[in-house]
Design a protein around this ligand. Structure first.
Ligand code: AMP
Length: 395
């Protein structure tokens, strides 16, 4: 795996694909700078080597050129985070962009306008990618969030750089973390899969059954498994047409010596509402009119024991409807268990959509080993797919 540390950027112009798809409020102010901060180490290494940085990103999903999606809105914040006054050019290709790059001196940073103002970007247009490739000597991909897309700036552009292409430090960290779980993790390896549906996680489950020792299943997925085994799930979320699949997963897990851990009790509610009446119910005996919306106390304890024995932990998906404070306890407790295991030396990776939101919301973000920056890209990695942006650098 070639990273920025394999290059000396002295006198070089680095064309860096970053993920500055940041949230803006109605005044076009950046409300969360996480992604900009995440790109900083790569940019700083290049500047400190004596190089310059040409940054390219998308922002939102514009239809053609739309002022509200202009990256000009974020120039000041990027400058502040990086500590260098960033220059801006209002196109990402063409004469203007070319001229701005030519004028760029060592130690300077240039931000190009939103890549998606050109439909060629998402189409993965080769001629457009070739134009982008003229804006740097070395191509650096540091955008994990779009690494699963075969877009011009994330994948196609790499073919114009032959040897001169590499991963930025953020993307390298993502790849290392995933590999550490799926390829070289210290045993016992435990995956916790929560969230709402079996159908959206099935490819991940099938892929990780070959890699893990323990699989904890929680959240809404629970009830499909419980019903398939003959339990009563009341009004809980349940995919009836996935019951055979659930049994098949249980069989495969047994064949592969993977221990599956399901909840034993749940917080039942008489409505899908934070203010519903609740009671602790046996997971196999949920009466009609009640639904399981969170893990119960015995379940939390059981999962805690498994987590604390683990040396490598992957967490994807909440254990309950954590968006409602009254059903967030299971997810918070799981986060606490993972933090405790991490403190005792385990490697923990949190990735994919809602679990990332949960760890951030509950303040565990800097207490686990790594929180992934890419939702879809993380899910595809866990499904065992080779991401096109990663393949493009490795080839
Ligand atoms: P996913 O995107 O598949 O990871 O699912 C995340 C969603 O699953 C969150 O919005 C949770 O509120 C939801 N969820 C978790 N547990 C349950 C449950 N027991 N019943 C309904 N939804 C749930």
């Amino acid at each position: 795996m070639k990273t920025i540390n394999d290059f000396n950027f002295n006198t070089k112009k680095a064309l860096i694909r970053v993920d500055f798809n940041v949230p803006l409020n109605e005044k076009f102010e950046v409300t969360d700078t996480t992604r900009i901060k995440a790109a900083k180490p790569t940019i700083i290494k290049i500047l400190e080597d004596g190089g310059s940085a040409v940054l390219m990103s998308h922002l939102g999903r514009p239809k053609g050129v739309q002022e509200e999606f202009s990256l000009k809105h974020i120039v000041d914040v990027v400058s502040e985070v990086i500590g260098v006054q960033v220059k801006f050019v209002n196109n990402c290709v063409g004469e203007e962009a070319q001229k701005a790059v030519e004028e760029l001196k060592a130690g300077e940073v240039l931000l190009l306008e939103n890549l998606r103002f050109h439909t060629e970007e998402t189409r993965g247009d080769k001629a457009f990618a070739e134009q982008l490739s003229k804006l740097g000597d070395i191509y650096v991909n540091d955008a994990f969030g779009t690494a699963h897309r075969a877009h011009a700036s994330t994948t196609i552009v790499a073919q114009f750089f032959q040897e001169n292409k590499c991963f930025g430090s953020l993307l390298a960290k993502e790849i290392e973390s995933i590999n550490r779980v799926l390829q070289s993790g210290e045993k016992p390896i435990t995956a916790v899969l929560g969230g709402s549906k079996v159908s959206s996680k099935i490819t991940i489950i099938e892929n990780i059954l070959d890699k893990v020792d323990h699989l904890i299943i929680g959240g809404g997925m629970t009830y499909t498994f419980i019903k398939a085994q003959g339990g009563k799930v009341g009004d809980s979320i349940c995919e009836d047409d996935k019951q055979d699949l659930a049994l098949e997963i249980m069989r495969k897990a047994a064949d592969k010596n993977v221990q599956i851990h399901l909840p034993v009790d749940v917080i039942g509610a008489d409505a899908f509402d934070n203010n519903a009446t609740t009671k602790v119910i046996d997971v196999k005996d949920i009466p009609d009119g009640w639904q399981g919306l969170d893990a119960g106390p015995k379940t939390i304890e059981k999962f805690h024991e498994v987590i604390l024995q683990s040396k490598t932990i992957l967490w994807n998906g909440p254990l309950g409807v954590f968006e409602m404070p009254n059903f967030a306890k299971g997810t918070i407790a799981l986060g606490e268990s993972i933090v405790e295991a991490t403190t005792k030396g385990a490697f923990s990776l949190v990735g994919g959509g809602d679990s990332v939101a949960a760890v951030k919301q509950f303040g565990f973000g800097d207490k686990v080993s790594y929180v992934s920056t890419g939702g879809g890209a993380m899910l595809e990695s866990l499904e065992g797919k080779v991401l096109s942006g990663i393949e493009a650098i490795n080839n």
